[in-house]
Design a protein around this ligand. Sequence first.
Ligand code: GLU
Length: 315
Amino acid sequence: MNGNKIIGRFAPSPSGRLHLGNMLSSLLAWLDVRSLGGRMLFRLEDLDPDRSFREYAKLMAEDLLWLGLDWDDGWRPDGGTEFAQGQRTALYEQAFQTLQDLGVLYPCYCSRAQRLAASAPHPGDHRESGCGCRMMTDANRRLMERNHRLPATKVHVSNAEISFIDGHYGPQIFSFCAGRDDFIIRRADGVFAYQLAVSVDDAMMGVTRVVRARDLLDSTPKQIWLMTQLGYAPCIYCHGPLLVADAGRKMSKRDGDLNMEALRARNTSEELCGKLAYLAGLLPEPVPIKAADLVPLFSWDKVRKSDIPLPDNLF
Ligand code: GLU
């Protein structure tokens, strides 16, 4: 898989039907890699057993292919299970052990709300403010254990500046503050968190270009930090603009009228592709076009940087 130097990925979580915002990010990820002559892979991010459904996974694969977005390696409804995160826990366990040996992990006994944040990578869903668990005395720890409080596991980041050049938004600098920016890598129920799994997978699958929506921009320094600790070279990251529904709200899988079931009922694949390319800034008009015909037209310079409000009646 590493023969070709440029490798991108689709990394959907099968928690619902793909929506318009997911399709825009997928289109940009595919155009980025195809315009560079690279390979695309499909990784199924089905880590959270309570929020992953096989039926949605199948529909996601089908929806991407319907729009003309294909991949060279990866998960398929009839195989490629080595690309499903649910089957890769042994690898996350090894990385966890490496971090344990580096002495950067500690148990965190904070509330359920904070633990759940580990499965919600999108900022705005939750922002942790740091906790005192790292400094907890052995006596208090024993007390927690006697009360059957299972700890999540956090990484302790020291004061550090993480900088990278985003392929679309340019230079980014994030200051990590010891304590405040520690983050969960394993939930109290044992499920590995998104940040750990995505870092291990992007590294081990040889991914060189991560293209995703801007709402994940502040997960990127965490992933760069983890990859560096684990001895891997970070990827190149390109974040894309967000499609926003009414009042600047980011779209979610709960927006039923803009999910792929509804969109496919009202649009041909070429119509939907043209409308997405128009919203992204790649076409001056929302005219029908095949995804493959956008490849020669693609350049990040044309892609909008600001959030994209959804026009009335376009879809
Ligand atoms: N699985 C994540 C999601 O569906 C995307 C992760 C990523 O692109 O890094 O939101």
